[in-house]
Design a protein around this ligand. Sequence first.
Ligand code: GDP
Ligand code: MN
Length: 376
Amino acid sequence: MDLYEHQARELFAEHGILVPRAEVTDSPEEAREIARRLGGRVVVKAQVKTGGRGKAGGVRFAADPAAAELTARQILGMVIKGHPVGTVMLARPVDIETEFYVSYVLDRAAGRFLAIASAEGGTEIEEVAAARPAAVARIPVDPAQGVTSAKAGEIAAAAGLPAQTADVLVRLWQVLIREDALLVEVNPLVRTRQGQILALDGKVTLDDNASFRQSRWGAESTEHGDPLEAAAAAKGLNYVKLDGEVGIIGNGAGLVMSTLDVVAGCGARPANFLDIGGGASAEIMADGLSVVLSDPAVRSVLVNVFGGITACDAVADGIVRALDTVRLTKPLVVRLDGNNAARGREILDARRHPLVQQATTMDGAARRAAELATAV
Ligand code: GDP
Ligand code: MN
């Protein structure tokens, strides 16, 4: 789960990283009052969980409280990359001398964290990395060792950051660990003309698996980036949106993961995946199908179930009953195997739905779903 900039900023401040004075509001009139409190001139910043706000016009200076009200009203009416702006943050402007980039991100493949830092901050780091890879330092961090002052000095030196930034690098690591984050990013981290190091923008992604011990952000931060992921989460389903065209429903994470691979091996790309878990009741099946079918990118759906404790006839019953409540709009390929598979297949056959077909093997089912998804 991503935090808003103002929430990230709050965490930074709690861990001793300097941030500009700022306040958040959803009202233009209050924005005027806040600007007055902050000294008149302010930066008005859209609070949306997406980057590139500056370029989109979501970060603007206002010279006085009246201008702050007007600017806040304009920004509150914006939609940035599909995210409607619900609140703005007003911050006291900072006199920037240099902009840097720093982040820590989980490197799952390596089983470590990665410190990424650059003396060319402000613009998106992907652009810097593409144009001048040498300008971006990538230093592995062993999670058991963490970022000590010595490690922070090493990161700063590798990126060409002033030694002065080492203290922030240590504190930012503490934010990552203590708040159970998967990503902490400051872009830009700035040196002001007065020589202070300040975090001007922040992005924090928390580890949802640790939410039980990080309850402070409550309902506000349970906003999911993808509306279908939110709908699935509300129904207690594990749904992840991907980029392809084959919708995938399976029971159990391992089976679902291998289904993704087999579909990719057949030349199609998974559009999403949904794990219905062990108990594939009719209701769960209906919920799962309705979520997957709501994704406009889906061109075919593959249901891959290995019956265990929940037998295949119960799963087939679930699918048949789901077909009564969910209007099937795309072809559905079903592969049932395991406990009571033969009975399950009979039940599905008896339903004779024109868009439902069965396959007896996982490979066969994936091939069929891939063909249906890629056919013109
Ligand atoms: P982003 O576009 O979503 O990354 O939003 P940022 O908060 O990073 O702001 C974009 C850019 O606006 C920064 O890189 C700065 O160059 C500039 N900016 C933001 N706040 C200030 C400020 O207080 N003073 C100055 N001079 N520039 C600022
Ligand atoms: Mn930024």
